[in-house]
Design a protein around this ligand. Structure first.
Ligand SMILES: [Zn+2]
Length: 680
């Protein structure tokens, strides 16, 4: 279980009509034209809701599936492209966000200027590496590379160690220094240690890549050096924690005092290291993978200085490959793009430039984006819906039969403390001290890294901020952070038709509302039950709670076991259980919240459908997806989410669905009241 979980953006809904620019329906989130009225809702609710769309839609060439989430991502990407490129050609005021964003992009895309400088931008740091003469100067250099870009999802930081500044596992008030393993050029430990021929071949290719990069930097004897660098990385990998440890957050909670580093992990000159990293005064640390700190430090002590220096030269050029001449970028793509990721050709420069601008100036782009596409009114609408969801959840938890009274108290306290942020942050990152200079792609990247690093290090002296944003507003996505107890839904996600601030409220609750309530559930279920109201570690369910929960959950697993889209291919109810429970809870809570939002009034009828009918329709429409058979087989085999047609079938467990669609016992989806499952 990961401490910090990105949540795949909740599946979104959009229609072909919307895409083709045909006349929009009354609201951008009501799709009655997609209904197949020849199918009874009670026989196949997914095809009733989506039959029209499924009949029209074709899977784009070269892809195995097509859903509305891809469409929304594409649309948002286009908007961001237009904003960033617009800033680059305009004449924004010096020092303004638009100037920084535009200059960052323009410099990155200016390949001629990059080409003209050659490898000169690296000269200063190459000289620093060459000047390393002993363990102390090596430690000083390594400290200067400590990178603060890591978060609770990273398994391998960019440099030998990474730091995540975040609240503690036991102390939610202060920001602490979480130290992370890193230093591998390939993605993880297995790539170095797996003895299969496939992985051995990959290592050989990586070694060739290292040699090629060193050659580009005019290093003599690059082949021998590459072999030694790979061998060093293999030994770093041996010290890395195995994946099974990474899955257990309790194993990561290792508080070390400053003196522990000298005592437990000799090799690195820790005084020099921490001083150079800018944290000489830091008294306490949380070491996520002690074996990696001990092992890597020992290697600093034992390995020849020259090997470390070559290792550092290689990683330096690799790290900045995107802002160095084309020959470097091409070699970088040959290994990371083609060999590792199977890409046929490199993404175009503009695409890379947009990604780099987002990475360096995420909240600056986010401000430009939300000023244009997510006004304060949209945020207020989303907040109002969140308030209804929380109110509905409170009642649900209070009425649970499987949870003991003491556990309920803890769950309610956690719900009360849960921060849900929507759209964009109230307080933006202040970029005023970050200089972005046109024509200096390399310098811009360096300065942006230094800016982010000192911003993060400065947090060590501040109180932990539960409202800190960990996802950029222009991303189509959501994120759950268990430490602190926070969930964030970005403006990129909260847009029509998934969420339409001016559109149909019933549909908003059925799509975005159910999606948000699904994510809220994870803070209380078997993912979130080891983090308390302040995000501190500690399981707050009793053994008895868990036993009762699992007994009811088994019924839902059995229900999904019965779904077999192809002969011999059935859903594995256990594999998808956690997500199905969250879907069910999300639907129930969102329905309660929708009813609450009406305050006793009756909703209007649109296209012959009542508000409650549209609520369930929107729920079924958000799961639609066209996919080929191979993709369906892959999903059933390995995904923890069921295929959309079965997720939309969650409605079978909800009494209100039977009432509003007048489902008869003879219909295929009908479940007797005692067969319907309710967990939350
Ligand atoms: Zn989920």
């Amino acid at each position: 279980m990961s401490l910090f979980r990105t949540v795949a953006p909740v599946v979104l809904l959009a229609s072909a009509a919307y895409l083709s620019g045909a006349a929009l329906p009354v609201a951008e989130n009501v799709y009655t034209q997609d209904i197949d009225r020849s199918i009874k809702p009670g026989d196949d609710f997914y095809r009733y809701a989506n039959g029209g769309w499924l009949a029209r839609v074709t899977i784009p060439a070269g892809q195995s599936s097509f859903d509305t989430r891809a469409i929304l991502t594409e649309r948002t990407g286009q908007r961001v492209r237009d904003l960033v490129q617009g800033a680059a050609v305009g004449q924004p005021a010096k020092g303004s966000l638009a100037q920084k964003v535009g200059a960052y992009y323009a410099s990155f895309i200016d390949e001629e200027a990059i080409e003209a400088k050659g490898l000169e931008p690296l000269a200063g740091e190459m000289a620093t590496i060459s000047a390393i003469t002993d363990k102390a100067s090596l430690s000083t250099y390594l400290g200067s590379t400590l990178n603060t870009e890591v978060d609770g999802l990273t398994s391998n930081a960019d440099h030998i160690f990474g730091v995540w500044v975040n609240q503690g596992f036991e102390d939610s008030q202060r920001c602490l220094f979480h130290l992370w393993q890193g230093g591998l050029g390939m993605p993880d430990r297995d790539a170095y240690l797996d003895s299969s021929p496939k992985m051995a071949e990959l290592r050989a290719q990586y070694q060739t890549h290292i040699a090629a990069m060193l050659k580009l930097a005019s290093a003599a004897d690059s082949e021998t050096k590459a072999a030694r660098i790979l061998s060093l990385e293999v030994r770093i990998a041996q010290a890395h924690a195995p994946d099974s440890d990474a899955a257990d957050v309790f194993k990561q909670n290792n508080p070390w005092k400053r003196a522990d580093f000298d005592a437990k992990a000799p090799g690195i000159d820790w005084n020099a290291y921490f001083k150079s990293a800018g944290v000489a005064e830091q008294p306490e640390f949380i070491v996520w993978q002690p074996s990696a700190v001990i092992g890597t430090s020992a290697l600093v002590g034992n390995e020849a200085l020259e090997v470390w220096k070559d290792y550092l030269r290689f990683h330096l050029i690799e790290h900045y490959a995107s802002v160095l001449p084309k020959r470097v970028g091409a070699e970088d793509f040959a290994f990371y793009g083609a060999t590792l990721s199977g890409a046929q050709q490199p993404p175009d420069r503009a695409k890379l430039a947009i990604a780099a601008t987002n990475a360096a100036l995420g909240q600056a782009v986010g401000q430009l984006y939300t000023q244009r596409y997510f006004p304060p009114e949209a945020k207020r609408k989303a907040q109002a819906m969140v308030a209804d969801l929380i109110a509905a959840y409170r009642v649900r938890i209070s009425n649970l039969t499987w949870m003991s009274p003491q556990t309920k108290e803890k769950a309610l306290a956690k719900l009360a403390a849960l921060r849900i942020d929507v759209g964009y942050p109230d307080t933006w990152i202040d970029y005023s001290t970050l200089d972005v200079v046109r024509g200096d792609a390399f310098g811009n990247m360096r300065r942006a890294e230094a800016f982010n690093r000192s911003r993060n290090i400065a947090k060590l002296k501040q109180r932990a901020d539960p409202d800190e944003w960990r996802i950029d507003p222009q991303i189509v996505g959501a994120v759950i952070v268990f430490t602190p107890n926070t969930e964030t839904f970005s403006a990129g996600l909260l847009q029509p038709p998934y969420f339409d601030p001016q559109g149909d409220s019933a549909s908003n609750y059925g799509s975005a509302g159910a999606g948000m309530a699904h994510e809220i559930t994870h803070s209380f279920d078997e993912l979130g039950n080891i983090y308390d109201a302040q995000g501190r570690l500690g399981n707050w369910w009793t053994t008895e709670d868990a036993a009762k929960y699992h007994a009811t959950a088994a019924k839902l697993a059995a229900q999904f076991d019965g779904y077999c889209p192809l002969s011999g291919l059935c859903v594995n109810g256990k594999q998808v259980l956690t997500e199905n429970i969250a879907d069910l809870a999300g639907l129930l809570v969102a329905h309660d919240a929708y009813v609450l939002s009406l305050k006793g009034k009756t909703d209007t009828v649109i296209d012959g459908l009542t508000g409650e009918q549209r609520f369930f329709l929107a729920f079924a429409q958000r799961w639609r997806r066209a996919q080929d058979e191979a993709a369906l087989r892959r999903q059933i085999k390995s995904d923890t989410h069921s295929p959309g047609q079965y997720r939309s079938g969650t409605v079978r467990n909800v009494d209100a669905w039977y009432t509003v669609y007048q489902i008869a016992p003879v219909e295929k989806l009908y479940l007797k009241p005692e067969e319907r499952v309710a967990i939350w």
